[in-house]
Design a protein. Structure first.
Length: 149
């Protein structure tokens, strides 16, 4: 994403603020983790699913430690802005939290389990995405009465 650091910070906050209420909560972070699992049709109980969810919980915990200035268990936009630089770039945040979280997502995407992402992994992911989109469209058409269930 091109733009200033401030624009990137705002974009990242908005990405995590899934209900757009101006406050980040653990539930919103977990919801993003669940969306990642859903994109790969992975169960949160599978080893890869557990790794993703553990990673997102650690990611949230690191954010909370460095950004929740008033210790209320949530992060406002102002707290996020103030804490981003200190939280992620300081205290080995990238190595301790961000890298393992993204590694868990890459492992999830590695359909073949060979430790590398290749075209077969991409094709399988694209096929699942298309199937989910078709199912969602079908449900929407049925809900609107356009087609019968």
């Amino acid at each position: 994403m091109a733009g200033t650091l401030e624009q990137k910070t705002e974009h990242r906050f908005d990405m995590w603020d899934t209900n757009q209420d101006g406050v980040l909560t653990e539930d919103e972070f977990l919801r993003v983790g669940e969306q990642v699992l859903g994109a790969y049709a992975a169960s949160p109980d599978s080893p890869k699913g557990k790794a993703v969810m553990e990673g997102i919980r650690a990611f949230w915990g690191r954010h909370l430690e460095g950004m929740d200035l008033n210790s209320d268990g949530q992060i406002t936009r102002e707290e996020y802005r103030a804490g981003l630089e200190r939280n992620i770039r300081g205290n080995d945040g990238v190595e301790d939290v961000v890298v393992p979280f993204w590694q868990a997502i890459l492992d999830l995407a590695d359909e073949s389990g060979d430790g590398a992402l290749d075209s077969s992994d991409s094709i399988a992911s694209a096929r699942r995405s298309r199937e989910r989109a078709e199912l969602h469209l079908r449900r929407e058409l049925v809900a609107r009465g356009i087609v019968s269930g």
